[in-house]
Structure formats: C-alpha cells, structure tokens
Design a protein around this ligand. Structure first.
Ligand code: AMP
Length: 188
C-alpha cells in the first residue's frame, strides 16, 4: 500500500512514518530528509536549495517532483511507499497522482496530522537541541507553519473528494497517535 502523511512542521510526520515503516514493511520517502541530505553532501542541488530551506520556503515543485519519481519508478518500492512531506500544495498532489498512475500505482490512504501552533512551537524547540536542524528556530518554524497553512487547504479538499483523507489528532503521545494510525491502516 502507498500512504501519504502530512501535517504542519513538528506535527510528528517523521516520527510516525518511521514507526509505520517498521510495522507495515514500507519505505519512508521524506522529501525534507532527501533535501537536507543534498545540502549536507554539498551537491549542486544542495547549494541551490539551502537558502530556500533555511528561510522556511518551499523548494520548487519540479525539484521535489524529480526526487520522488526516482522512488516511485523503482520496483523495489512499488506499492510500499509512505510519502512524508509530499505533497505540500495542489500542484504536487496532482503530480503525485499522475506519477503513481504512470507506474501503475495508487494512494491507499491519506493521513492528516492536526496540531496547534502552540504544540508545534514546543515540539520544535525540543527537536532543535536533538537534531540541530537549521530551519528549526522559532521564527522559521512559524514561517514554515504559515507556508503550510497557505498551501494545504486545496490539498485537503482534493483528498476529501477522493475519499482518502483521514484526520488524526496529533496532540497525543507518540504511542497514542501511532495506535490510531495503525488502526486506520489495518482498516484499509
Ligand atoms: P520537512 O522535513 O518535511 O519539514 O521539510 C523541510 C523543508 O524541506 C521544508 O520547509 C521545505 O523547504 C522543503 N520541502 C520538503 N518537502 C517539500 C515539498 N514537498 N515541496 C517543497 N519543499 C519541500
């Protein structure tokens, strides 16, 4: 099965994806992690995108579209991807459908993690010390939250129309949220 998980920065997408991957033998495709790796490895792409990411803006649809196609087109991952952080806007949501169709696949469930800005600030300030991400300052976290809110509404409507959307309360503990998500996946 292919799963999409989205939510604002600090909602727990990465943590939950990681747990789901282990439980259901899937592969986590985190566009944020892939982009951060490009920066860390100082590739041409990394040099191009580092200021965009550090300022809390979105990287171009074309760049992230190319990154995810590499995975969708790879038979190893066929029907076992969890899209963590993609799509972020309607263009990307439509592109994901197009790519999955191209490689004879589909999305089975879309999970939206809902959390308040207060919780996000708290989680990001905790994560800052652990992961040392350059985009985890409070100022940039708020900017990323606003970017998320500005773009995500049409994505939510898009997946509601296809009856794939499940909203998960992201305020609970990691285990509580994971139990809820696992139940939803098992119910597919
Ligand atoms: P994340 O790890 O999902 O919080 O993403 C970190 C940063 O990577 C975001 O703030 C964006 O700058 C960039 N990014 C990740 N995924 C995407 C995407 N699907 N589209 C555009 N930019 C992205």
């Amino acid at each position: 099965m292919n799963i999409v998980i989205f939510g604002p920065p600090g909602a727990g997408k990465g943590t939950q994806s990681n747990l789901i991957v282990k439980k259901f033998d899937l592969h986590q495709l985190s566009t944020g992690a892939l982009l951060r790796k490009e920066i860390k490895d100082n590739t041409n792409l990394g040099k191009k995108i580092s200021s965009i990411i550090n300022e809390g803006n979105l990287v171009s649809d074309e760049i992230v579209g190319n990154l995810i196609e590499k995975y969708i087109s790879n038979n190893i991952y066929k029907g076992r991807l969890i899209f963590d952080g993609y799509p972020r806007n309607l263009i990307q949501a439509k592109n994901l459908n197009r790519l999955l169709k191209k490689y004879n696949q589909k999305i089975d469930i879309v999970l939206k993690l809902s959390v308040t800005l207060e919780t996000i600030k708290k989680r990001i300030s905790e994560r800052k010390d652990l992961e040392k991400r350059t985009d985890d300052s409070e100022e940039i976290a708020i900017k990323r939250f606003v970017t998320y809110e500005d773009n995500i509404k049409p994505v939510i409507d898009f997946y509601k129309q296809s009856n794939l959307l499940k909203v998960v309360d992201g305020e609970g503990s990691i285990i509580e949220i994971n139990d809820e998500i696992s139940g939803l996946i098992e119910g597919i």
